[in-house]
Design a protein around this ligand. Sequence first.
Ligand SMILES: [Zn+2]
Length: 305
Amino acid sequence: MRIADAHCDTLYSIGVHGRPAEGCVVTSDGMRRGGVCLQTFALFAGGEGPAGHPYENALNMCAAMDDTQVPMLLGDLPEDMPDTPHGILSIEGGEIFEGSVSRIDEFSSKYRIRLAALTWNHENELGYSAVSGSGEGLKPFGLRFVREADRRGILCDVSHLNDAGFWQLIEQAELPPVASHSDCRALCDMPRNLTDDMIRALIDRQGFMGINFYSRFLTKEGTPTLEDVFRHIDRVMELGGEKILGFGSDFDGIESWPDGLGSPADFPALIETMRLHGYGEDALSAICWGNFWRVLKQAEAHRSL
Ligand SMILES: [Zn+2]
């Protein structure tokens, strides 16, 4: 089974922390062994918010792309989902844009970013993060960003955004809203996870939700198992989310993960778990790559700049 993964932080490990590519969790060999044919590599703003040179960090990560030895799709997507490892780029933390539309242009035209999380865990020029506790919606540049992203075929990513920002984005974005790496708040009560109502909104808007493998978003008790990951997948399915579900592993950005799901090479074990629970092949291929591929293609078709 081919796999598409909507989020990892491997380029940050290589480009900012200076880790050798072969020492990362996501490697081209691991992707090949696990069937991961499309890996989204995030340009992560870094842990210090707007003050921490996020734009320079992003450029350093772009410069590290070749180290991954994963061919990056920086132009139009192929007609069909790849069947060998490939990469695409995203943004995690809108402070990378430094409040400037020309920066959005730069990352769109030069690096063809496909999705962008408006915030990481800090307040920035666009809005407020999930962990900020703020009830404020998007800032003026955040609202402008949603319009500019739509025109450029960039999907707005609500992962890390606060709840008020989420609801505003759901109303404002023309393209399908995506949560690249978030789990179910009903099963693990963390602000980074999505409530059932939020998941229903993503379903209504035919968006996308990538299940995150970070232990602390899956369970509050000990090390999660593949069954715990399945519980989050199944919750979204029960809400009617067969057409929005996917994966956002967060590999290389997390310090704990489920037993038996520590790298891209482990995806087949998760698929087997879903099969054992009676998921059919159509549902599996939608979850494993079809749903993410659909929103990517929709975004590209919408691109007018
Ligand atoms: Zn993240």
